[in-house]
Ligand binder design. Structure first.
Ligand SMILES: [Zn+2]
Length: 503
């Protein structure tokens, strides 16, 4: 009888690198429509030795004897990756079945049979208010059918995580991994969201009128949010055709020539089988980083491109001499989202609109205000979502998971009506909401820092590019809070963010 071989940490890390490379490349091929059948299960099976309890124990032992510092952090991240892989393997069949059932669900709309995901995507482009309400309702009903199974999978995952990590409290477990207090973060965000109420209410009145028209209800439903987000009435200015060239020119002013960066593999083509959501796949940073977009028309294309370019430049710009763990593995997503947010923030500069779209200063200022309105809406929505998630996970052991407070919190924060049974489809794993919110705070701090150091033209200065390159070189190693320290801010100082929102 042979005992399965357990790898030493250095060998584990290099085998993990090969596994993640193969898995990422496979995922990319399917996503962009190069392959129709995913062979991911075959790859997972071939590397199943990476995710065993014996391997986890061995990594934990290695971590415990290491003194605190870089090596221990590296071992911690390898151990958490092993834990996540074990949980994913145990849940894979159930999660795949749920995912496939959702993919197979159809929504009947005006003699058309739409896949649920297409129905949700179509909400962004339907021009009639009444049609969006009708389709949104149908899609919401269809999605809610899966709630029982979503909740079951979530509970099963929670039980496994508690057992494998040895930490029962889901909030305490996330705080340990992120290295922060979620309650402190919540307090700072709650105060910021409240402080922005007056400004948000004024912006909302003006832009609901302009974007949704006079037939809108006093509190429109959330079915209109993706349409709002595209700023569809301004679509003739922000055309699909110009998205790539304008974004490339924007990055060139920072000193980044995306087409000449050998590490970034661009896929910007419009192909029917390609998913319209822009994304970055860091298959093997810094050498192989894919940036994938597919323009649909509207300002959101430009914002999505700039956002993903921030991620791509971060991964492709990391120091190749760093251990693999610090090039591709992180405790959470809060660090890389700072870099996507800061690049995307350029699209909120009035002068950017004037320069690239041949607008008068007044038109440019108006359109930039629309982007601030969307930013305020999304920020307040995320704060409410995060607060609901804290309640949800805090109550889970007692009540098994309920929707209480979801619709109330989100509707109150946004002035948009959310349906109570949307709570599970709106929840991402591992408190991703907290990572986005930390990036919201940090990117505004970074911008304020750049304005101070580089000047008001920070968004089109090569010096900004140089400073960003220095941060990118550190890979995934620092925490978001460490970056706050470097630029001279308290991690939960929301004053730069409030200034950006016009408070
Ligand atoms: Zn992102």
């Amino acid at each position: 009888m042979s005992v399965a071989a357990v790898l030493r940490p250095a060998d584990y890390e290099s085998r993990l690198q090969r596994y993640l490379f193969e898995r990422s490349e496979e995922g990319r091929a399917v996503r962009v429509g190069e392959k129709e059948v995913s062979e991911r299960a075959e790859i997972v099976a071939r590397y199943s030795d990476l995710f065993t309890r014996a391997q986890l124990e061995s990594l934990r032992d290695a971590e415990e004897v290491e003194s605190p510092g870089q090596e221990r952090e590296r071992l911690y991240r390898l151990r958490k990756t092993c834990e996540a892989g074990l949980i994913a393997a145990e849940l894979a069949a159930r999660e795949d079945a749920l995912e496939n059932a959702i993919l197979a669900a159809r929504v009947e709309f005006d003699d058309e049979e739409l896949p649920l995901r297409s129905a949700q995507a179509k909400l962004a482009v339907l021009t009639s208010y009444a049609d969006r309400d009708r389709l949104g309702e149908l899609a919401g009903d269809t999605s809610a059918v899966f709630n029982d199974e979503r909740l079951e999978v979530l509970r099963a995952g929670e039980t496994l995580e508690a057992e494998i990590s040895g930490i029962d409290d889901p909030i305490g477990r996330i705080e340990e991994e992120k290295g922060i207090s979620l309650r402190d973060l919540e307090r700072a965000l709650d105060a910021a969201s409240t402080a922005a109420t007056g400004v948000y209410d004024r912006l909302r009145e003006r832009w609901f009128e302009r974007l949704l028209g006079p037939e809108r209800e006093p509190v429109p439903s959330s079915y209109h949010v993706s349409y709002l987000r595209r700023l569809s009435p301004l679509e003739s200015i922000y055309t699909k055709e110009r998205a790539v060239s304008v974004c490339m020119a924007t990055l060139a002013e920072l000193g980044f020539d995306l087409e000449a960066e050998p590490n970034i593999k661009l896929d910007l083509d419009d192909r029917p089988q390609k998913s319209p959501r822009a994304c970055v796949i860091p298959s093997d940073p810094p050498k192989v980083v894919h940036l994938i977009t597919r323009a649909q028309g509207g300002l959101h294309d430009y914002q999505a491109f700039l956002h993903e370019a921030g991620h791509a430049l971060h991964y492709a710009g990391c120091d190749p001499a760093l251990p693999y763990t610090f090039r591709n593995i992180s405790r959470d997503h809060a660090l890389t989202e700072i870099y996507s947010y800061i690049v995307e923030a350029i699209s909120r500069q009035p002068e950017w609109h004037a320069r690239h779209f041949d607008l008068s200063d007044e038109e440019a200022a108006t359109n930039a205000e629309a982007t601030i309105f969307m930013e305020a809406l999304l920020f307040r929505r995320y704060v409410a979502k995060f607060q609901f998630e804290l309640d949800f996970w805090g109550r889970l052991a007692g009540d098994g998971g309920t929707r209480d407070g979801y619709a109330e919190r989100l509707t109150e924060a946004t002035g948009v009506r959310y349906r109570p049974d949307g709570y599970l489809a709106d929840m991402d794993a591992g408190f991703y909401s907290a990572d986005y919110l930390r990036a919201w705070i940090r990117a505004a701090q970074l911008r304020s820092y750049l304005e101070g150091e580089v000047g008001p033209e920070w968004w089109r200065s090569a010096e900004t590019g140089e400073r960003l390159r220095a941060l990118f070189a550190e890979g995934t190693k620092p925490s978001s809070e460490e970056i706050a320290g470097r630029i001279g801010f308290d991690p939960v100082d929301t004053s730069p963010l409030l200034a950006e929102l016009g408070v």
